[in-house]
Design a protein around this ligand. Structure first.
Ligand SMILES: [Zn+2]
Length: 251
């Protein structure tokens, strides 16, 4: 199907990054399971109204407890190979880890629908956007809740928090790419998070094939032409045709 396809739209979720050692949010060892304060900070109303939540959130980030240093894996690289074959129409990711860019995916063909935790933005003005590490330097230098250097507003990681809307332009791009593709590839997502999960359904409704690669069942398994329920980093190179020395995935 990938060989026959001309425009492949891909949606990725947390499952593609777990083989990089990135912890999920809600699993037994999840970031929020182990640290309920981090979950509270992910609600925009709590974040804006409670300075203590912001201070402890910045302190946790500055101490490196939230995101360990991780590298892209074979799953991310397989999608780069798909792009190099000229087949990638758009890569939509629910992930906020920037591992697709670090693997070499073209940022112009990438939509980070839930934002990125590697950058910081101002909640008051639209003019300030900076690397997370730049702001964490200020935190380590003693600023417990660093304000926007341009307007004095509150700073927050450039993720879409609970209670915030998705960027309408990014959502429109994702939806259009789903209508335009002839193959939709969903990877490492249970397709349970609305509204971005609906892109898979849109693609099917407009006549595209649907391939789901995920370690567990998803909401839209019943719509899929092919289900691959196996290790993503082992199987995605085979699916994308990027593995020059194919091996039979262990099962
Ligand atoms: Zn500002």
């Amino acid at each position: 199907m990938v060989d026959a396809a001309e425009r492949v739209t891909v949606l990725t979720g947390a499952g593609i990054s777990t083989d990089s050692g990135l912890r999920d949010f809600r699993g037994p060892q999840g970031i929020w399971t182990r640290d309920p304060a981090a979950e509270r900070a992910s609600n925009i109303n709590v974040y804006v109204s409670d300075p203590e939540v912001r201070r402890s959130n910045w302190a946790r980030r500055a101490s490196g407890e939230i995101w360990a240093e991780v590298a892209p894996n074979e799953g991310h690289k397989a999608l780069v190979a798909l792009e190099q074959r000229g087949k990638l129409h758009l890569l939509i990711t629910q992930n906020v880890d920037e591992l697709h860019q670090r693997a070499g995916s073209d940022p112009d063909r990438l939509v980070e629908i839930h934002g990125t935790t590697r950058k910081v933005q101002c909640l008051s003005c639209e003019n300030y956007r900076a690397e997370m590490q730049e702001v964490l330097k200020r935190v380590r230098a003693g600023e417990e809740d660093p304000p926007c250097p341009l307007c004095g507003g509150l700073l927050k990681s450039a993720t879409v928090s609970f209670g915030q809307s998705l960027d309408p332009i990014s959502l429109a791009r994702a939806e259009r790419a789903s209508l335009e593709c002839d193959l939709f590839l969903a990877v490492g997502t249970t397709l349970a998070v609305s509204p971005i999960n609906m892109t898979a359904q849109l693609a099917v409704q407009s006549g595209a094939r649907l391939v789901i690669v995920n370690g567990e069942t998803t909401e839209f398994d019943y719509l899929a032409d092919v289900l691959v329920r196996d290790s993503i980093s082992e199987t995605l190179p085979l699916v994308c045709g990027s593995d020059t020395h194919p091996q039979t995935p262990k099962r």
